[in-house]
Design a protein around this ligand. Structure first.
Ligand code: SAM
Length: 261
């Protein structure tokens, strides 16, 4: 294969650890869904995925796309693989889903847009399960629960939108070429297809977690009237001195609806 230099601007860290690739495949939910991969890169994960199911893969890098088209010519011809050259965020920005029916997203994500991609996958009604490699710090936030020090707006939103959230594999930098500067984790997020959160609620959470070490009340007072904040906190039996990470996700939904009604 052609020697290819990883491009930093596209977050290219190629996963070379066979045991991690196998674990990702073994951890995939036993669903009938199609598979969407974001950033097939040099195709190591794609090779395993196409053996298992039909795959649609989005790659932004023209050079990698050209290599993949040759390496996967058989799979493309037999329609096992649909390879698309585009910035995946553009597809969502245009209001489209990444696939026409139910799919599971499986990917070693480019870290510079990983959080953004997971949020878009949450909003995409056809996406049911998300199995992705991300920076460990981001993974910890997505699976965090109330009272964990990592519990932030990401944890609140994923608690409300998912019926299952877990870290599947912890992956050291040495599993990649070139090695990233940070540790990584593969997470599984199984969406609860009945739930959604509004943009207004996400903005409200930004207010809530503006100063995570201050009390929830103090953060809320920066935006809402004192009288109403005090009333709502009392009504919901929340301690005056509770910090934002000490309040359950479901309570945030209630606080939000009381403050905005
Ligand atoms: N899947 C490969 C692997 O596991 O070795 C590569 C993973 S690498 C961390 C991220 C991949 O996402 C790269 O191939 C990169 O070019 C691609 N990528 C980066 N930004 C993208 C975007 N906006 N849309 C689609 N692919 C993107």
């Amino acid at each position: 294969m052609l020697e290819i230099k990883a491009k930093k601007k596209f977050g290219q860290n190629f996963l070379k650890d066979e045991s991690v690739l196998i674990k990702i495949i073994e951890s995939m939910p036993k669903s009938k869904n199609h598979i969407v991969e974001i950033g097939p890169g040099l195709g190591d994960l794609t090779k395993k995925l196409v053996k298992y199911k039909d795959v649609t893969a989005y790659e932004v890098d023209r050079d990698l796309f050209a290599i993949l088209r040759v390496d996967f010519s058989k799979e493309i011809e037999s329609k096992r693989l649909d390879l698309v050259l585009t910035d995946v965020l553009k597809v969502w920005e245009d209001g489209d889903s990444l696939y026409e029916s139910k799919y599971d997203l499986v990917a070693n994500l480019p870290y510079y847009i990983a959080t953004n991609i997971i949020f878009k996958a949450f909003e995409d009604d056809n996406c049911e399960n998300i199995i992705v490699m991300v920076q460990k710090e981001v993974a910890d936030k997505f699976v965090a629960s109330c009272k964990d020090k990592e519990f932030s707006s990401l944890g609140v939103i994923s608690t409300l939108l998912c019926k299952e959230r877990e870290i599947l594999i912890e992956v050291p930098p040495t599993s990649f070429n070139p090695p990233p500067k940070v540790d990584s984790s593969v997470i599984l997020l199984r969406k609860d297809m009945n739930n959604s959160v509004s943009e207004e609620f996400k903005t409200f959470l930004k207010v809530v977690f503006t100063q995570p070490r201050k009390t929830l009340v103090k953060n809320l007072l920066a935006r809402y009237e004192k009288k109403i904040v005090v009333e709502v906190i009392k009504e919901l039996n929340i301690k005056d001195l509770a910090r934002p990470h000490e309040v359950e996700a479901s309570l945030y939904s209630q606080i939000f609806s009381k403050l905005t009604n």
